[in-house]
Design a protein around this ligand. Structure first.
Ligand SMILES: Nc1ncnc2c1ncn2[C@@H]1O[C@H](COP(=O)(O)OP(=O)(O)OP(=O)(O)O)[C@@H](O)[C@H]1O
Length: 525
């Protein structure tokens, strides 16, 4: 992510910014240059010419002022449009490959802010300075070539510095980003359990872990700014040498009658301008380069969002597991018996706690990779297929609710489905629950607050599942908090469908169990 993307966002607009920048610097150069004929005019007693030159200087100064501010505003507009597109693409990436939320937050917040402040914002001033340096060095030629040679020599030395420091500054910026990600990650993990910490009055542990990561983040920020300061220190040495050197050489040339009196003063102004700009360019270049790794990461995130090719989920005719075993990092190996589930079958999965029921479903969903054996999905011809496992209906034990009304949580915000909701309310016996809320199904839900009871949440998510009627559905304790009567009614609805269903449940009575085609019972091995 860099200048290329900046231009691609809106070429015409980017060119306008470049034009306004160049105009600003041309006007600044002329503005400064006019000091020389002004001084020559006044020293020769030509007062009218002197006034005319002052008038011209005023006009050029104003044009410079207007064009600079316009360029700055237009640059912000272009950058913000680009960032909007980048945010959309990053969101798309995480939508397809849901990694950790804190990682996405870090990219969308902190990393984009670093790129904004240390790249696009800086680039604007970097280019302004670079254009100014080229123009003023060119103008120095009109005085004497020795001035140009000296300026180029000092500039060359000054440019070498950031090249040599690049590796260190880049590393320092990366460190800030990774420490920030770690900090957000810690906050996310610990704040989920905030109520529990309050319950046990354990603020100390929270302060300690957050404090440790915050300190690391602070240290990395300090290290980065220390590295940047060293670069600035070295470039200041060249800055002073250049500013004093140019008027000194111009003075010697004046004594030798090779330049006019006005040239000494103007060359001095130019030297100030050039070396001020060179100093800025160097520290800006270091900042620009320091964001390189980060910009590459953001660029990659935007690229990897291409959809993989999957077989449609409605082609699944059977699900088979063979010699499957799973092992968590610090856990025991779990072995599963071979079995297959055919199209439309309703299978109940039971077993003691910890025998690996939830793990099996996660493996069927491709969320966990087995250490041996395989999960095979086949189509109607018995051919192995690779369906998009994210399209399978899945009710995890942790139910996902969204900020919206109860109805929207059932229809997944698709208003066209509103008319089907009432049938589902009857099928899940949600009407008594619904009556407990003043606004019924239009009650707003805040996922962070427990407005709905466990059973009510399960009914809402079950209604969502029934409404979308996915060909394959995995249910993990989806009715565990629902009363027996409603559970029977819901199961009767589920077994009526054509869906292929695998359901984990431990609290079903024998009548409810009989609704299933068969039961697979897992045992500890
Ligand atoms: N993320 C994890 N990391 C390490 N071990 C895990 C993880 N998740 C589950 N386990 C372990 O794997 C084993 C199987 O867990 P799983 O949740 O699949 O069992 P289960 O049969 O669904 O249990 P329950 O009926 O209590 O929900 C357990 O011993 C558990 O401790």
């Amino acid at each position: 992510m860099g200048l290329k993307e900046y231009f691609q966002e809106n070429k015409k607009h980017a060119l306008l910014v470049l034009f306004l920048m160049t105009l600003t610097q041309v006007m600044t150069t002329i503005y400064t240059y006019l000091t020389s004929p002004e001084l020559d005019a006044i020293s020769k007693g030509k007062f009218v010419l002197f006034l005319e030159l002052i008038g011209m200087q005023f006009v050029f100064g104003q044009i410079c002022n207007v064009s600079f501010n316009l360029a700055s505003v237009e640059n912000t507009k272009q950058t913000q449009n680009l960032f909007h597109s980048v945010r959309q693409r990053i969101l798309h990436h995480y939508y397809q490959q849901p990694d950790k939320v804190s990682e996405m937050e870090n990219h969308l917040g902190n990393d984009l802010q670093i790129i904004q402040d240390s790249y696009y914002h800086i680039y604007f001033y970097f280019l302004c300075d670079a254009i100014y340096i080229v123009l003023t060095i060119g103008t120095l030629f009109t005085f004497h070539w020795v001035l140009v040679a000296f300026t180029l020599f000092v500039t060359f030395l000054a440019v070498l510095v950031p090249k040599l420091m690049e590796k260190y500054t880049n590393k320092a910026t990366e460190l800030v980003s990774s420490k920030n990600a770690q900090f957000l990650n810690t906050i996310e993990k610990w704040f989920d359990g905030l109520d529990e910490l309050r319950r046990y009055k354990n603020k100390v542990v929270l302060k300690k872990v957050i404090g440790q990561d915050s300190q690391k983040l602070e240290d990395s920020e300090f290290k980065r700014s220390k590295t940047m300061s060293y670069v600035q220190l070295v470039s200041s040495i060249f800055d002073i040498t250049g500013r004093i050197g140019v008027p000194l050489i111009a003075g010697i040339l004046f004594i030798n009658h090779q330049v006019s009196l006005g040239a000494i003063l103007t060359a001095g102004y130019f030297a100030n301008g050039i070396f001020w700009s060179v100093k800025n360019c160097i520290s800006n270049y270091v900042q620009l380069k320091s964001t390189q790794t980060l910009r590459n990461i953001i660029l990659e995130l935007q690229k990897t969002s291409n959809e993989e090719k999957y077989d449609p989920i409605d082609e699944v005719a059977s699900i088979e597991i063979r010699k499957l075993s799973i092992k968590y990092k610090h856990g025991q190996q779990i072995f599963y018996p071979d079995f297959s589930i055919n199209l439309g079958e309703k299978v109940l999965l039971t077993g003691d706690s910890g025998t690996g029921k939830s793990t099996l479903i996660k493996t069927l969903l491709g969320q966990i990779k087995p250490i041996s054996g395989e999960v095979i999905y086949r189509n109607f011809n018995g051919k192995v297929i690779h369906p998009d496992l994210r399209q399978i209906g899945y009710l995890a034990q942790d139910l996902i609710m969204f900020p919206g009304t109860i109805k929207e949580n059932i229809t997944m915000f698709d208003e066209k489905l509103n008319s089907s909701v009432q049938t589902l309310v009857d099928a899940t016996q949600f009407s008594t629950d619904q009556d407990r809320f003043k606004k019924g199904l239009d009650t707003q839900i805040d996922p962070r607050k427990n407005l709905l009871s466990g059973g009510q949440k399960q009914k809402v998510v079950l209604m969502r599942e029934m409404l979308f009627n996915k060909p394959v559905v995995y249910l993990d304790e989806a009715t565990s908090a629902i009363d027996q009567g409603a559970t029977t009614r819901i199961l009767q609805e589920i077994v009526k469908t054509k869906q292929t269903v695998l359901m984990i449940a431990h609290n079903l009575n024998s009548n409810q169990k009989q609704l299933f085609d068969r039961e697979i019972h897992l045992e500890e091995k």
